[in-house]
Design a binder for this molecule. Structure first.
Ligand SMILES: Cc1cc2nc3c(=O)[nH]c(=O)nc-3n(C[C@H](O)[C@H](O)[C@H](O)COP(=O)(O)OP(=O)(O)OC[C@H]3O[C@@H](n4cnc5c(N)ncnc54)[C@H](O)[C@@H]3O)c2cc1C
Length: 491
């Protein structure tokens, strides 16, 4: 079959490779000048900035794809396990070093509250069960309601109705520690106070298999996967934005027949896999007459995740006291998250993730320099915030805060900087409401209740990536490609 994949995010590339390995002709059409989507990269003044994902977990998911071609991912890019996973900084100066060594985790817990050691150990034991059930769920298509019914007993038994924060709080009393063991949903666009406790599986995933870094940046994994794609005659067309998914009627039912680009060019296809935003896919690229389920109303009724404000910067000195990944929590964590996810309000406070790849890899900055990005979760564009006005002010607030508390002399040592706002996610990445993580990962928008990987409206249209099942984050989107491959084999 000829399969067209719209978009070259990790989900799109993984699906393209899997379909190629099954003997299809595969063409990826990417809007931008470089591949990767959220995992795009910027080169500026001798620095290489990964635009998005930096924390790599579940590395075997890459290998499963390379093995289909008789290769290993290590032939194409190098994964390095980090010793310190994250350092979590609290506003009052307290710190928690989070790594994969049980004894170290326990001694960090003792620093805050020795009484919580026992509770943590019990919590950890339960995360193994959640992981086992959760990973089954992640690799399953959920096209039918009966699929959902089958997992209901597991969901009830594992208390998936509780939020990650509430679940952790059932085992751990200390407020600082509760935050340490519940912040993970933020990495995939979820509010720890609302995201289903299934996501505690991330803690188990990290503890069991580690946190990894791609040497040279995550973009090297994108380029490595595309090298494999090209070696096997896959076609990647950059600067090729799809404006319409073309549909014909076969036996009275709509079926894909190809895509149309903004240039007017038409490419015929037997199957279309959309790695573009789910809301854009249905609302903008498919005529309403072909959409019974995914009407504009249905698409608008989803709750969309937060967005991000990201500052990329390089310094002419090194901040060696900072690890590769820092989580910097502000004064008003819970209220801040409410402002972001519920009130759609830009708060004066912020919680940050600071990425310093030069802690592990000198190749991404000129000699003696440090490479960074700092991201601040912000409301999506439902907020109505005018980022043209606010952007510069917000950037200065963050850099001043970093300079005052964590990075002395920062402003005078910055040699290059730029930032992106929710407008970047809307305009560059075609993401509805400028969200960074698509549809929010709450229980009622998970599994069968999330947009399905196989379209119910249009035959031979499949969806892969953050907005479909199982959801955002590299393990999620790479798993969605696995599901799509299975579904396509059955058509
Ligand atoms: C700043 C940031 C940090 C993150 N950190 C992590 C992390 O550390 N670890 C982790 O696991 N996850 C992380 N995530 C989440 C993760 O990056 C995403 O969930 C994942 O990369 C999304 O992949 P995707 O397959 O959905 O495609 P996307 O990356 O969303 O790519 C979609 C592609 O489709 C293209 N496209 C859209 N419309 C069209 C069209 N009409 N025609 C042609 N092409 C089109 C876009 O240009 C884009 O290239 C982060 C996200 C962000 C934004």
């Amino acid at each position: 079959m000829r399969i067209v994949v719209i978009g070259s995010g990790f989900g799109g590339i993984s699906a393209a490779l899997r379909c190629l390995s099954a003997g299809n002709e595969v063409i990826i059409l990417e809007k931008l000048d470089k591949p990767g989507g959220r995992a795009y990269y910027f080169e500026k003044d001798g620095f290489i900035f990964d635009a998005g994902p930096t924390v790599i977990t579940a590395p075997w998911l890459f290998d499963e794809i390379f093995e289909k071609f008789g290769k290993k991912s290590s032939d194409y890019f190098t994964l390095k396990k980090l010793e310190t996973f994250y350092k979590i900084f609290f506003d009052d100066g307290k710190e928690f070093n989070y790594n994969g060594v049980k004894q170290d985790i326990l001694s960090e817990i003792r620093k805050f509250n020795p009484g919580d050691v026992e509770g943590y150990l019990k919590f950890f034991e339960t995360t193994e069960k959640i992981f086992t059930a959760g990973f089954k769920l992640i690799a399953h298509p959920f096209g039918k309601f009966s699929d959902m019914l089958k997992i209901l007993p597991d969901l009830i038994r594992l208390r998936s109705d509780k939020s990650v924060y509430k679940y952790v709080s059932g085992y751990i009393k200390n407020e600082y520690l509760r935050k340490v063991f519940s912040f993970h949903p933020l990495l995939i666009g979820g509010n720890p106070y609302n995201t289903t406790s299934i996501y505690t599986l991330i803690h188990y995933l990290e503890q069991k298999w580690g946190v990894w870094y791609v040497q040279g940046g995550t973009n090297k994994a994108v380029l490595g996967m595309l090298k494999l794609f090209r070696e096997n005659n896959g076609i990647l067309n950059l600067n090729s934005e799809v404006s319409e998914i073309l549909v014909k009627k076969e036996n009275g039912k709509p079926k894909v027949k190809g895509v149309k680009l903004t240039s007017g060019k038409i490419i015929d296809a037997d199957v279309v896999i959309s790695n573009a935003d789910v809301a854009f896919t249905y609302k903008k690229y498919i005529k309403p007459v072909y959409r019974k389920k995914y009407t504009d109303r249905k698409i608008d009724s989803f709750k969309y995740s937060m967005s991000l404000f990201v500052i990329y910067f390089g310094t002419k000195i090194k901040y060696n006291h900072l690890p590769h990944h820092s989580i910097i929590l502000g004064k008003t964590y819970k209220e801040l998250l409410k402002d972001i996810f519920t009130n759609y309000k830009l708060s004066d406070d912020f919680s940050l993730y600071l990425h310093r790849p030069t802690a592990s890899d000198d190749s991404v900055a000129p000699p003696g320099n440090d490479c960074f990005y700092v991201l601040s979760p912000v409301p999506n564009l439902k907020s109505g915030i005018n980022w043209n006005e606010k952007g510069e002010v917000y950037k200065n607030l963050i850099l001043d805060y970093l300079e005052k508390k964590y990075m002395p002399g920062l402003r005078k040592n910055i040699v290059t900087e730029f930032y992106v706002t929710p407008e970047y996610f809307l305009n560059k990445l075609n993401s509805c409401l400028g969200t960074a993580f698509a549809i929010e990962p709450i229980l009622f928008q998970s599994a069968w209740m999330r947009p399905h990987n196989e379209s119910e409206d249009i035959k031979n249209l499949f969806l892969v990536g953050a907005g479909t099942h199982p959801g955002a984050g590299l393990p999620g989107v790479i798993s969605s490609a696995k599901i799509v491959e299975k579904l396509i084999r059955n058509i």
